[in-house]
Design a protein. Structure first.
Length: 174
């Protein structure tokens, strides 16, 4: 597999993770608002109207875990393939594609920051909630995995960009 194809695959895979994280962030935000309402109802000794919250939350966590588990082996394989390419093989013609990957990685990082913020808000609300058994540990593991993979993608993108820039030569700078 050539370096150009590897860059294209890495870029599309980073975009797929970004989409997955953004969707999870949106759904987690909705669940967090529902949890806030439940907590308020419990504080006011009002009967809780949202009887499906625990089921919905647990199914969200299981679905997210499955999606991340499906995403991970392909990422590991693509990362290993990219690591096999020697620095000199990241030619100057790939500068634009490498910068595109770097841009995708930064967009993924921003999406992951949003997910981390949504996760923190949920946890802050959840610590006052003991009425139902929720699989928060699964959400925590998903958030941690997404954060770790994001940092690895970002590092790899920066490394590839550095190699392509280095291989452009001194005469190009200006």
């Amino acid at each position: 597999m050539n370096a150009e194809k590897i860059l294209s695959d890495l870029s599309s895979h980073a975009d797929a993770l970004r989409t997955l994280v953004l969707n999870a962030c949106e759904e987690l935000g909705t669940l967090q608002k529902r949890l806030e309402q439940i907590v308020q109802q419990l504080r006011k000794n009002i009967e809780v109207r949202d009887q499906n919250f625990a089921t919905d939350f647990n199914s969200f966590c299981h679905k997210l875990r499955q999606q991340l588990d499906q995403w991970e082996p392909e990422w590991t394989q693509k990362r290993a393939t990219a690591r096999e390419v020697k620095p000199a093989q990241w030619s100057a013609e790939l500068v634009l594609a490498a910068k595109g990957l770097n841009s995708q990685a930064r967009a993924l990082s921003r999406a992951n920051d949003e997910f981390t913020t949504a996760y923190s808000a949920f946890i802050r609300t959840y610590k006052n909630f003991t009425a139902a058994k929720l699989n928060v540990f699964l959400l925590t593991s998903c958030q941690t995995d997404a954060e770790n993979w994001t940092s690895k993608i970002l590092f790899l993108a920066r490394e590839i960009t550095k190699y392509t820039e280095k291989n452009r030569g001194r005469y190009v700078r200006g």
